[in-house]
Design a protein around this ligand. Structure first.
Ligand SMILES: NC(=O)c1ccc[n+]([C@@H]2O[C@H](COP(=O)([O-])OP(=O)(O)OC[C@H]3O[C@@H](n4cnc5c(N)ncnc54)[C@H](OP(=O)(O)O)[C@@H]3O)[C@@H](O)[C@H]2O)c1
Length: 333
């Protein structure tokens, strides 16, 4: 296996970088997530090819969590292996995120956001990746069984201990998100970034979270921008055998793909085709119309998909008329 040498013009292509909220940290508008397709069950050579392609095309931000795999923890191991071999000299060009909060190991401390769980989890994640620190460390979810003050103090202490540079929150209900951001400010470690699901099919964050991030000065990063592949040409007619929905360990259930949803997806696909785009491109451009969005975290199972999705960087934003047509279809959901 030859050692990877990054493309010399990796910053001279189409990737745009934007400040994350009020911070000085610039993130690429497209980030890469390792939730699926980077586990022990996946092909190592493909993982390496996707990561090096991403870096060659300006993706500097990689999103992990303790439990990504399967099995849980193996995506961090895969990433660590590739980092040591291929990216050893490029750590300062990379933003690497991880998270704790979902079930990870047996017993009461392997789940949730207590100080005990957060502290143990980040140490495990650092060991698995071989990193000295994460750039961003998240509370992966709101844990109602732990006082929110305890979780926020743990996040702030993680930064004070030098184990992360910034902190983020993911999937917090609005009231708790608001309180958490206030507490982090009081700790002197403001929330850098808020991460939640945002795509054409799931847009709850538009109601209140966008206002909150704007008011608090945090960035917003959208996960599952393609609704795990639903917003691509993949499921328009059937469920391909190599798709996430068909895999036993995939998070997308076949039952989610109803005939009504397929009708909606086909209508969106028709709009995409009428303006010379793919449905995936339409879905990503639709998210990036929002000024609150700092970055979208795409998932990918091949370099080909990455290539297609990155092509949005060379495209013009959607017009008002195109956005109206999309809204008409989305009203049918
Ligand atoms: N904070 C949280 O709780 C949370 C939760 C979920 C995700 N995330 C983050 O968000 C990241 C992205 O989530 P996601 O994987 O659900 O994102 P996504 O971009 O909505 O879906 C990615 C999947 O869509 C399919 N796909 C992508 N591009 C395609 C194309 N051009 N043509 C056809 N199919 C295409 C692939 O599925 P196939 O595998 O079927 O090819 C790919 O694995 C995760 O890796 C993770 O970092 C965070």
């Amino acid at each position: 296996m030859n050692t990877y040498v990054p493309s010399e013009n990796r910053y001279e292509q189409s990737m745009q970088f934007t400040n994350c909220g009020n911070s000085g940290l610039q993130l690429p508008v497209v980030s890469l997530g390792l939730w699926h397709n980077f586990g022990e069950v996946d092909t190592f050579a493909n993982c390496r090819e996707m990561l090096t392609y991403a870096f060659d095309h300006g993706i500097t931000h990689f999103d992990l969590a303790n439990n990504y795999g399967p099995p849980p923890g193996s995506a961090e191991q895969t990433f660590g292996k590739i980092l040591r071999k291929d990216f050893a000299g490029y750590r300062d060009e990379m933003i690497i995120s991880s998270k704790a909060g979902h079930r990870m190991w047996p017993g009461p401390y392997g789940d949730g956001c207590s100080r005990k769980s957060m502290m143990a989890s980040i140490d495990q994640s650092l060991r698995r990746t071989g990193l000295e620190y994460f750039d961003i460390f998240y509370s992966h979810r709101y844990d109602s069984t732990t006082p929110i003050e305890e979780t926020m103090r743990a996040l702030a202490d993680i930064v004070r201990q030098g184990k992360a540079l910034y902190v983020g929150l993911s999937k917090y209900p609005i009231e708790e998100a608001c309180k958490a951001m206030q507490l982090l400010k009081e700790e002197g470690v403001p929330c850098l970034i808020y991460q939640d699901r945002y795509n054409m099919l799931m847009r709850d964050v538009e109601k209140q979270h966008f206002d909150l991030v704007q008011e608090s000065g945090a960035g917003f990063i959208a996960f599952s921008p393609l609704a795990q592949g639903l917003l691509t040409n993949k499921y328009l007619k059937n469920i391909p055998t190599d798709s996430r929905a068909a895999k036993p360990h995939g998070f997308l259930q076949e039952s989610a793909i109803t005939p009504h949803l397929q009708d909606v997806l086909n209508e969106l696909n028709n709009i995409a085709q009428s303006i010379g785009k793919t449905l995936a491109e339409l879905a990503l451009l639709w998210i990036l119309r929002k000024p609150e969005v700092t970055s979208v975290i795409i998932g990918s199972s091949s370099v080909e998909q990455l290539k297609t999705n990155l092509s949005i960087l060379d495209e013009t934003p959607l017009s008002e008329r195109e956005l109206e047509l999309i809204e008409e279809v989305l009203a049918k959901i």
